[in-house]
Design a protein around this ligand. Structure first.
Ligand code: SF4
Length: 103
């Protein structure tokens, strides 16, 4: 996979942290050792989501991912694709930019 791919970068950041050091919760991640390309392959979306939803550190992963995306360091394009922390790119985008025109 091309490491410049925005979704790939987003996943690497949440899994390994900005410093290159993995967060403490990472050792318990259900995706440890899993092929990260699957997180961006729509054909594996259901399988990846099942891994995340059964992950013992889902809450920590999701909190770190959403905090990073909200920090201003992430461009919208960084979460336009892929599944991270049990959320698809569109799911995460909706959390950050909820529609205001829904009654
Ligand atoms: S929630 Fe998903 S992406 Fe996050 S550590 Fe667990 S398996 Fe990996």
């Amino acid at each position: 996979m091309n490491p410049s791919y925005p979704g790939y970068r987003a996943l690497m950041l949440v899994l390994f942290g900005r410093s290159g050091q993995p967060p403490a919760w990472r050792s318990q991640a259900a995706c440890a050792g899993q092929d990260t390309e699957e997180f961006f392959d729509p054909q594996h979306a259901e399988e990846v989501m099942a891994v995340c939803l059964g992950c013992p550190v889902l809450a920590e992963c999701r909190a770190d991912q959403l905090a990073w995306e909200s920090s201003g360091q992430a461009s919208r394009r960084y979460y336009a694709a892929g599944t991270v922390a049990g959320l698809s790119g569109p799911d995460r985008k909706r959390l950050h930019y909820p529609r205001k025109d829904v009654a």
